[in-house]
Design a protein around this ligand. Sequence first.
Ligand code: LHQ
Length: 257
Amino acid sequence: MAEIIFEINNGIAFVTLNRPEKLNAFNRPMALLLQEKLTACKDAAVRCVYLTGTGKGFCAGQDLEEIPDPTGPGMNRILKEQFNPIIIQLQQLQKPVVAAVNGVAAGAGANIALACDIVVAHEQATFIQAFSKIGLIPDSGGTYFLPRLIGYQKAMALMMLGDKVSATEACTMGMIYKIFQAGEFETASKQLANTLAAMPTQALAYIKQALQTSADQTLEKQLALEDELQQKAAATHDFKEGVAAFMQKRAPHFKGH
Ligand code: LHQ
């Protein structure tokens, strides 16, 4: 059984973590396969990526059974070769990435979700910075994204205590975008991906680029970046189409470039 299920349909790359018996915890083959599939998502035919998990969990982070295994990857390689490249790939993809968090997201599993662009969750999903419970520190970008999303104080407490945060709490504190009720989660989260895939992909990529730098940049530099990216956006087919459709009072047909 493949550790990652991958399918491109209607401009959306559906990427499903598939080790349900372990709540989709990552072993090395799964991490390397995810990297391969995220590379495949660079294809221009993909205009949105939808990341989710099989079964009752989204992802329980690193497979802890692999750690003491003498034939396993070893602590010194797991971040460098497995999780860090995944986080960079998610951030560098020039298109929106939706995390559809279907259940528990713990450890690196939680932080992979937070490295996606738009995070939506099933009402029963939970988010756990589980690391401190086993004597580790949050990784996979958690110490970067979480304080930026919810503030230093709440991030510190959640990371030190390893609290289980409900989807409702996560939404209230700004960790995630939306919650969907059980009966509508799959349809509504896929509809979100459909909407994004039909949008001006290049403009969405520029939005992603601009927001990624905003927290670490002076206002002057950010204004200059907005100017640069706006010139590029204005040169796309989709900008011309967007304005034409508005003037002609019709729905736009964006091509993604
Ligand atoms: C698992 C796991 C798991 C193996 C559930 N591994 N089997 C980076 C650098 C280097 C090294 C280490 O890691 C990292 C990054 C990290 O991600 S560190 C953090 C690793 N993750 C965790 O510490 C979370 C461990 N899991 C849990 O605390 C619980 O399973 C949660 C809270 C996620 C869910 O609890 P429950 O809903 O009660 O489910 P469960 O505990 O019964 O799990 C179901 C099965 O999945 C169970 O197997 P079993 O054979 O008993 O049915 C678990 O053993 C297995 N599983 N997480 N990470």
